[in-house]
Design a protein around this ligand. Structure first.
Ligand SMILES: Nc1ncnc2c1ncn2[C@@H]1O[C@H](COP(=O)(O)OP(=O)(O)OP(=O)(O)O)[C@@H](O)[C@H]1O
Ligand SMILES: O=C(O)c1ccc[n+]([C@@H]2O[C@H](COP(=O)([O-])O)[C@@H](O)[C@H]2O)c1
Length: 213
């Protein structure tokens, strides 16, 4: 069964690092659909700088015209903290237990996985696809628990993810783009240009709505 991809994020704002992660991981795994899931109220970090409605609008602008990327609104309208295990359980209720779901993560997010709510349950709900990210090498730096997860669950075989609904970890080296939402916010706040780090349509939205000043 062709798995469905899921890219969660605060997207404050969405940028080319996110978009290349979605595109390259989907291509590597042969996926037709990736759900792009902006979080409403993150459980794990401070309140986002832009309102949920603005982050949602920027995601819509960024993915427009890419038939493989679809907005997923499961979290963005929620005012209570969003936990991925809950979102995945909701998705399982809608998509069924058989469809493989692949959660895309940058290496920084994977390295912090133990801090996630009921993190071990994730492996019963989805696969993980972990992308290398500049400044966040994984080898030799993981906690014993996460190193154990890789040792027992890692695969470099896309077919292993299609053959089961959940439980494997696929690692893939995507284009290394040293782009972060926080660096973009810092540039905007300093009156400097973040152009070419994110789509022009998103940049225009930021300017029009005077975000991150
Ligand atoms: N440049 C990048 N390369 C690879 N993965 C990335 C990149 N930027 C973000 N990601 C991944 O995308 C997901 C969502 O990231 P998030 O929305 O927090 O963006 P961010 O740029 O890390 O934000 P911030 O700087 O505010 O922390 C996470 O899994 C993160 O690891
Ligand atoms: O469920 C959790 O406890 C949890 C803890 C940290 C992060 N997440 C999710 O991981 C995704 C990436 O987080 P972030 O902070 O890099 O935007 C996003 O979808 C978050 O909701 C989820």
């Amino acid at each position: 069964m062709t798995p469905v991809g899921l890219l969660g994020g605060t997207f404050d704002p969405i940028h080319y690092g996110h978009l290349r992660l979605a595109e390259e991981m989907a291509e590597a795994l042969g996926l037709d659909a990736v759900r792009v899931l902006p979080t409403g109220t993150p459980a794990h970090r401070g309140r986002p700088h832009a309102a949920a409605a603005d982050r949602l609008a920027m995601v819509e602008l960024a993915i427009a015209g890419n038939g493989r990327l679809r907005l997923d609104e499961h979290e963005v309208h929620k005012t209570e903290p969003c936990y991925m295990v809950d979102t995945l359980s909701e998705l399982r209720g809608e998509l069924g237990d058989e469809l493989p779901i692949v959660l895309f993560l940058g290496a920084d997010a994977f390295a912090g996985l133990e801090g996630w709510h009921q993190w071990r349950r994730l492996f019963a709900l989805c696969h993980l696809a972990v992308a290398e990210r500049p400044g966040y090498g994984l080898d030799g730096r993981l906690s014993p628990a996460l190193a154990g997860v890789l040792a027992s669950r890692q695969t470099s075989e896309p077919g292993a993810l299609a053959g089961a609904p959940a439980g494997r970890v696929f690692r893939h080296a995507i284009s290394q783009l040293d782009i972060s939402a926080s660096a973009i916010r810092t540039l905007v706040a300093a009156g400097r240009s973040p152009r070419y780090l994110l789509p022009d349509s998103v940049l225009s939205y930021i300017a029009q709505h005077r975000l991150y000043r």
